[in-house]
Design a protein around this ligand. Structure first.
Ligand code: SAM
Length: 284
């Protein structure tokens, strides 16, 4: 039998799928996949950490924005997502562009791929914020480590709490958010599971009819989940800073962690990171 926390996590997980399945989300992510492609800091991240040809698993691929761009760059890409409507759009765009990409409906916390099949596993576009509950996020990270080959890399992007809490655009006030249920809505979908959980209807500036779920990490929280999943941080960088120049307000809180299995020996390319939060200070 499921514990109360597991039941609540399942409800929140479904709210993520519902939110990303709205028409507003579909239009937004389809447009980004068709017209925007990789953002400049994402291009810099790929240049720094990835070399084609290689096998890439993109977890939370949405309508295929980064998967399509990576396929064009010579990577062999598999994209997984929990939102069927976004995956259907991703498949349509890949056909339109004559790109061969394996898009599959799958939850990143329970992957069906065999061990060690990918050179790179991407947990980017801040998808980890939408995984409810520490146990599920550790499972996501552990699965990424399992399906990456021994010397492979897992790239993770997330928003840093300490930077983000000053970030007016999110309307973040600290502590945890619990909202009132709307008409006909179950109060269960509005209840946080952990401190830092919050709910929003904002999808890239457009209001959706459904509240999505997200978790904001406290200082050191993501690092401890990485360690618990048996991974280690080999490099860390601010998202905009990696592309050079001052980060703008929107992307300022985004951090990139390059992860490896904790048993992987350090290599010459990547240096060990500094203490948590020391983004973009020179690496040792
Ligand atoms: C911020 S959107 C990014 C979509 C796409 N990567 C982009 O940038 O256009 C996050 C995506 O993660 C997906 N997602 C959330 N939780 C997931 C999970 N547990 N497993 C797989 N995908 C998940 C959502 O359905 C959504 O498509």
């Amino acid at each position: 039998m499921k514990t109360k926390a597991a039941q609540q996590a399942a409800i929140l997980f479904q709210s993520v799928r519902d939110y990303y399945g709205t028409q507003e989300s579909l239009e937004c992510y389809s447009d980004r996949a068709r017209r925007v492609g990789l953002l400049p800091p994402e291009r810099a991240m790929v240049k720094r950490f990835m070399r084609p040809p290689a096998r890439v698993l993109d977890v939370g691929c949405g309508a295929g924005r980064e998967a399509l761009a990576l396929a064009r760059m010579g990577f062999t890409v598999t994209g997984v997502d929990i939102t069927p409507a976004l995956l259907e759009e991703a498949r349509r765009i890949a056909v339109d562009r004559a790109l061969s990409i394996d898009f599959r409906l799958a939850d990143g916390t329970t992957l069906e791929f065999s061990d060690g099949g990918f050179d790179y596993v991407l947990l980017i576009t801040q998808m980890i914020h939408h995984v409810p509950g520490k146990a599920n996020r550790v499972r996501l990270l552990r699965e990424a480590g399992r399906v990456a080959r021994a010397e492979g890399r897992i790239l993770l992007t997330y928003h840093d709490w300490d930077i983000e809490k000053d970030h007016a655009e999110w309307g973040w006030t600290g502590g945890h958010h619990c909202r009132e249920p709307g008409p006909g809505e179950s109060p269960e979908t509005c209840r946080p599971l952990e401190p830092g959980d919050y709910f929003t209807r904002d999808c890239q500036g457009t209001l959706t009819g459904v509240f999505g779920f997200a978790h904001h990490f406290a200082r050191g929280e993501i690092e401890s989940e990485v360690v618990e999943a048996g991974l280690r941080i080999v490099a860390r960088s601010g998202f905009e800073t990696i592309a050079g120049g001052e980060p703008d307000d929107f992307w300022k809180p985004t951090q990139i962690l390059a992860l490896a299995a904790s048993s992987t020996p350090p290599d010459n390319e990547d240096a060990e990171p500094n203490a948590p939060g020391d983004a973009d200070k020179p690496h040792r």
